[in-house]
Structures are given as structure tokens and as C-alpha cells.
Design a protein around this ligand. Sequence first.
Ligand code: C2E
Ligand code: MG
Ligand code: MG
Ligand code: MG
Length: 288
Amino acid sequence: VAKSQGRNRFSHFTNALQQAAQQRLRLITDLRSALANDQFCIHFQPIVELASGHIVKAEALLRWQHPQRGMIGPTEFIALAEETGLVNPIGSWVFREAARWAKRWAGLHGRGVQVSVNKSPVQFRAEADDSRALLDYLAELQLPGNSIVIEITEGLLLNAEAGVIERLRKFREAGIQVAIDDFGTGYSSLSYLKKFDIDYLKIDQSFVCNLAPDSDDLALAEAIIVMAHKLGLKVIAEGVETEPQRALLCAAGCDYAQGYLFSQPLPPEQFEALLGLRQAGGGEPTAL
Ligand code: C2E
Ligand code: MG
Ligand code: MG
Ligand code: MG
């Protein structure tokens, strides 16, 4: 009896494995056709200049409108896209789409809205051949490079290969700015900060969520801000959800902040309403 029970349990286990494998295959198949079927979209999360309260930047965050499963976030499919090589055409699409919107907002309030795009380490390395095409696209749009920020992570710069360094240099030459995303969660080495031309540190939300007077997280945030400023970098705080967090960061001299306190990531039309370019209820956009 015990033996057959064991076998039974084992077959349950293999069934579950088989199901997971099947779901994965299914998702890969769907992912392959998602671009052609126009199922991706970008949501924009405003980034606020703390001193003025103005929206001066926005982060482009990828979304997949799956026909059966609904809206899927990037953490659920970026790894699959990387394994299958699909991250290349998808990343290229995100960049172009972000640039198109940045172009539309370029004249707004005389300063425009700088748009940032995420690139995972695998994606950044895999895309090497596309950088020329992306820069050509900016030229075609007549969009200055400094309308775009590339968000990368510390891991990419630790022992960076020649190809990575060269590609970063090309982006910088074109005026594109560079931000270190999720700062503080990766490697403890800070030496890359002086080796590479970086513009922004984004303090990870794990340091922001427990910010309180006299807390260790506040001490860390303050130290990061002082260090960044001494190196000539600006600081963006991620995941700001409460007014006390905003006030502490502002007092600490943090330059920019993003988070649910200001707004969730929004579809482009709603983001434009927030910018004052449309009526909140929809309707025709104001001409720019
Ligand atoms: P990230 O670049 O660190 O983006 C910030 C994430 O925090 C976003 O999750 C955003 O929706 C979420 N967030 C924003 N404000 C708050 C807040 O106040 N509280 C909390 N708890 N969360 C907040 P999302 O959109 O699910 O993106 C997750 C990650 O996926 C991103 O982290 C980024 O690393 C990656 N990602 C997004 N778009 C792309 C893309 O186009 N390409 C690549 N390679 N990765 C992307
Ligand atoms: Mg990011
Ligand atoms: Mg981040
Ligand atoms: Mg993050």
C-alpha cells in the first residue's frame, strides 16, 4: 500500500511539473506572437522634481495585454523573453515607443518630459548590434539624446565587458543619460561609480519603504544622496508611497521621486491627462 501511495504522490508531482512546463511553453508561444499582435504597451510613471513638485521625467514600464490572462507585468515575462532571444525585438520596440512619446512631449512647459527605459543586463549585452539603429531612430525623430535615460543595474557594470563599455560610450556620445536602477541592492563595490559616466542613482524602494526619522534607512538614504552629489550625480527615490517619506527625502536633499504617492504607472493617455494635455475623462488631446 505504502509503495503505491508513494508512486501516487510521485505521479502527482510529475503531473505538476508537466503542467508547469506546458504553461511555460504556452507562454513562450504567446510571447512569440505578442509583438506582431500588438499586445505590448507602455505605462508611464511620473518622476517628480522634489523642489518644485513638477513632473519632469517619466519611467516607461512595459506591460503585456495577454488575450486570456489579462495584463501581465514585466517581472513575469522578461526572463522568458531573455531566454528566447525575444527580449531583443521587444526592447527595441520599447525604446522606439518611449522615444515617440518623448518627442510628443518635447516642448511641454519649455522643458519637455525626459523618458527613461529599462534594460536588464542580459538585454543590454544581447542588444549590442541594435544600438546604431536606435540612435538612427532618435536622429530620424529629431529628438535630442538627452530626452532619453537608460536604466541599468549595478551588475552590468561590475566587470563590464568591452562591448558593454563601448555601447555605453556610444549612448553617452549621443547625449543619452544613464541611471543606476535599484541602487544599493546589488554588489557592494562602488568603484564602478568613478569608472563610468553616470547621471542618476535610483535609490531602491526597499530603502524608501521604511524611511522614518532616526532610522537606519534614512541614514543610508542621506549617505547615498551626499555621496551622489559629491560625484556630480542626481538622485531619484523609487517607491515613495507616503507624505512623510517624501518630506524626509526632500529634507535630505533628494532631487527626484517616483511612487504611488504621486501616481501609479499610467497608460499614455492618462499620463497626458496628468500633464494637463487632455481632459481627465478622455477626449481629444490638446495640440502641442
Ligand atoms: P523598476 O525599473 O525598478 O521599476 C519600478 C517598479 O516599481 C515598477 O514595477 C513600478 O510599477 C513599481 N512601483 C512604482 N512605484 C511604486 C510604489 O510606490 N510602491 C511599490 N511597491 N512599487 C512601485 P513594474 O512595472 O512591475 O516593473 C518591474 C520591473 O520590471 C522594473 O523595475 C524593471 O526592472 C522591469 N521592467 C519594466 N519595464 C521593462 C522593460 O521595458 N525592459 C526590461 N528589461 N525590464 C523592464
Ligand atoms: Mg527602472
Ligand atoms: Mg528600480
Ligand atoms: Mg526595482
